[in-house]
Design a protein around this ligand. Sequence first.
Ligand code: NAD
Length: 498
Amino acid sequence: MTNVQSLEYWTALKEQITMEGRAFINGQLVDAQSRDTFDCISPIDNGLLCKVASCDDVDANIAVSAARAAFNSGEWSNKAPAERKKVLQAFADLIEANAEELALLETLDMGKPINDSFNVDVNATLRALRWTAEATDKIYDEIAPTPHNELGMVTREAVGVVAAIVPWNFPMIMATWKYAPALAMGNSVILKPSEKSPLTAIKLAQLAKEAGIPDGVFNVLPGFGHTVGKALALHMDVDTLVFTGSTGVAKQLMVFAGQSNMKRVWTEAGGKSPNVVFADAPDLDAAAEAAASAICFNQGEVCTAGSRLLVEDSIADAFMEKVRAAVKNWKPGNPLDPETNVGAIVDETQLERVLGYIEKGQSQGAKLTVGGSKVAPVSGGMYVEPTVFENVDSTMAIAEEEIFGPVLSVIRFKDEEQALKIANDSVYGLAAAVWTSNLSRAHRFAKGLKAGSVWVNQYDGGDMTAPFGGYKQSGNGRDKSLHAFDKYSEIKATWIKL
Ligand code: NAD
């Protein structure tokens, strides 16, 4: 799918679409029981989009009861996998039919360029849902090797009620990585979108119903983390909690699970990913372009952002010239303009956080060589220039902490051993890249990296066919691929004496 409509087109479409802010529980759009709402503000211009239901523990209880009742009814959970597949495929078709509206909602809500919302977010959502739907009736159980007079069956069963708490940077994609395999397995789902980007989740729930997903099987509870998010995490009748977001919140959720019913908790958390360029990289121009997009794409609000660029000393001067030039091609603009490649930062709090790190980088002695300022391509909006810091050392805050904005920290290294040490010197372990034309070094380095995804001579490769997740404090478990199904199933061993 590609779409190159104009700024005027998207601006006009904004006036035509409905922005729905109610929760979706048991097949109905509903207000929060308290009637509380919060303002959904667009970071494009700080304008009000709509009011959104501010759900809390009361709404969580209602949604969990509906999800449990739907699960127990068997209407979805006991459906033949091939039948669930058909419904999920119909759901994907409806997403495709509503692609423009979904892309526009995503851009208005969290500020990413419309070109990306349409061509990346909607496409990746479709790919994730269709791939997972297709797998629904292709997963087999196992027969264990047994003595002749016994039969050992290893079977997967749906866990029951799954709560999915997701972030704002790729709202639809992150949600789909969770609800698609959860629904494919037959579970009931309660999706809690970020309070910063609730709109597409509410639209998805309506499309799911239209596609034939029974009432109670797919619910959406907009609201804040410390209210409805916490209520779901502490709920005694939620069987599994899946999360994408920051490491700090991931840790809290594990505690909440321990304080309640020991629900399974699977987390995809933060990152500070190293992008390591050796002098023998096959194409330094391509490496420089990739280093820039690794930190500028989606305004750097990417868990796998290549936020630490490690460059071999011998090429650093020449290579950094290329990187600086490449970063300057990423310019903040109106997210509704299809030409824009850097949109708005999600909200003022996040913008202040990014600006705070830019200040810290300077005060801790790093050299600011590109960007660094707040800008205003649209009046009132939240924009910052992509920023490069050089002469960074591993102990600085900008090298250690996840900024979640377009701020690149460049560190030089002398040799492979030092590069690997710096690359792994992080509490995170989400992703990493290495650029070299030496085959042995590529393999050696890839093996040495403590990261869930490793890319060689590219940044950010992969597909639904490969698992995605982190080592260390970047989380546990894996999204995508058949491995994702592990989160949404219990495994039962049934041993029969013949
Ligand atoms: P966040 O942790 O602040 O919020 C994520 C979600 O958790 C939101 O829905 C929020 O409302 C909820 N939440 C917050 N506090 C809660 C609480 N006490 N109890 C229950 N729920 C709570 O993260 P964010 O700012 O939305 O997203 C940015 C973070 O997400 C970054 O750290 C980024 O690296 C991470 N992320 C990771 C991946 C990955 O796959 N590893 C992908 C995207 C984003």
